[in-house]
Design a protein around this ligand. Structure first.
Ligand SMILES: C[S@@+](CC[C@H](N)C(=O)[O-])C[C@H]1O[C@@H](n2cnc3c(N)ncnc32)[C@H](O)[C@@H]1O
Length: 218
């Protein structure tokens, strides 16, 4: 059973800048309806990490109707938009973990996930914040245990600093994953998926080209 007390600290915002008050009691009642509780061995799951406003989870839910998307995000304003879109579009294959992805990994059994998406993880560009970055070799190895054979991790980023950091992490994990798109001239997301998240649009508006890394479990 999942709990929110895993001791990996979460950084960044939980609420947006809007002064609009959110009734947290009501929020948690709605979240409870979609709450990810446990990994069921009979179900095929996709893990979507740091979903922001939930665009990736909605995209994955529509692409993979036979799978359940575990959307993992602690940003309340974003989760509210996701929940609104789930109800509006009558989507029935998304579960939400309002918190840290480490909580989900703690309760996931071996070979639980068919696919993992990590779109625009916070880059924490300052050197003194580097330890806050999610994608590290340790994290990729932790994910490896929870992935099914031959399944993939898709990571998108528009930060050159993070690209270098991710490349180092991939190299350290070369016995665990094969980097599927390493020989390609470009790693552009739009060559693979027709999806625009808030941070994808931010990157394009600032003339930064987002890269996509596709890793397959060995
Ligand atoms: C830069 S935003 C990207 C949002 C969205 N994926 C997009 O492309 O627009 C990164 C998100 O990851 C979330 N996040 C960071 N660390 C996390 C963790 N350990 N577990 C779950 N979510 C996390 C943050 O709250 C933030 O909303």
């Amino acid at each position: 059973m999942i709990s929110n007390n895993y001791n990996n600290r979460l950084f960044g915002r939980t609420r947006g800048r809007s002064k609009k008050k959110i009734d947290l009691k009501k929020y948690h009642q709605i979240v409870d309806k979609y709450k990810f509780q446990n990994c069921d061995k009979k179900i095929n799951y996709i893990l979507d990490i740091g979903t922001g406003y939930g665009e990736t989870s909605i995209f994955l839910a529509n692409q993979f109707l036979d799978k359940v998307i575990v959307s993992c995000e602690k940003y309340i304003d974003g989760n509210l938009i996701l929940l609104k879109n789930i109800e509006k579009n009558e989507i029935n294959n998304i579960l939400l973990h309002n918190g840290n992805v480490y909580d989900v990994l703690e309760c996931a059994h071996r070979e639980c996930f068919d696919l993992v998406w990590i779109f625009f993880p916070d880059p924490w560009p300052k050197n003194r914040h580097a330890k806050r970055r999610l994608i590290t070799s340790d994290f990729l190895i932790k994910l490896h245990n929870t992935l099914k054979e031959n399944s993939e991790i898709h990571i998108a980023t528009d930060s050159t600093i993070y690209v270098r950091f991710i490349l180092n992490s991939i190299y350290s994990c070369r016995d665990y994953y094969v980097w599927m798109n390493q020989s390609e001239m470009n790693l552009h997301i739009k060559d693979y998926f027709d999806i625009e998240t808030k941070y994808y649009k931010k990157a394009i508006n600032s003339q930064r080209k987002p890269s996509l890394f596709i890793l397959r479990k060995l």
